[in-house]
Design a protein around this ligand. Sequence first.
Ligand SMILES: [Zn+2]
Length: 283
Amino acid sequence: MVAAIVATLNDAAKSAGIEVSALQRVGVGSPGTVDPESGSVAHADNLPGWSRTYPLRSKLQEKLGVPVAVGNDVSVATEAEFRLGAGRPYQSLLSVFWGTGVGGGLILGGHSWHGRGGAGEIGHMVIKRGGARCPCGRRGCMEAYAGRAAMERRARKRHAKGQKTALMKIMRERGRTRMTSGVWARALERDDELAIELVDRAVEALGAGIASAINLLDVEAVIIGGGLGSRLGEPYRQRIAEAMQPHLFNDQRPPDVHLAELGDLSGALGASLLPAPPMLVAA
Ligand SMILES: [Zn+2]
């Protein structure tokens, strides 16, 4: 992983016509639990084989020779939307990255809220006790209904049981081995029954989970991003806002719901905004 990051960074620097050593610092948005002091990363479970704590920052610094700051990928993307994107008008917001999983980030009183390092896991809000199995191993999480990985698992199961669907065909036509956001979007365009059913189910789950978070936090805005969120776009932003409504306690004053503005770049932009690691400021 470190070798791949170093190679990518060298390529990027080359095409920008600069040396990596001329950079003030490098920001990294990583999945998993990031220790902001040491820059080590643990539980990056969606990267195969990465569950134990790994000193990502010091390893990268060693190879690059410039200061490296590491943050959680969803947190840095949230910070980017807050400072540069759809969250600019607000002092408090909840970001929801609807993709393979469902990640979340929080800005409260103008500052990111990380809790003890694990805050923002909105995908694992329980929306149905004893409900569908979540990729995290628990039951009834929002992600068990709305995460792309969980949706794909269900679609494959239903297909194997004989349900007709264009999802498999579209996936093959597009040379994919996974049901990407584009595959889902195309299936919806073709009025595929199974795709419509599973996406509707996802929207209902998002409505319940996000509204529950709003009942607790009462933030000003919800920012919807992620692969599926961005690909499905405006009509689904509106549908999610509508699906939230019956679950909102303060239903006369729903939060603003926006699409993320920075798309795939939010992670990279947010990582570049990370402050220099404390121990390196003096050096
Ligand atoms: Zn879960």
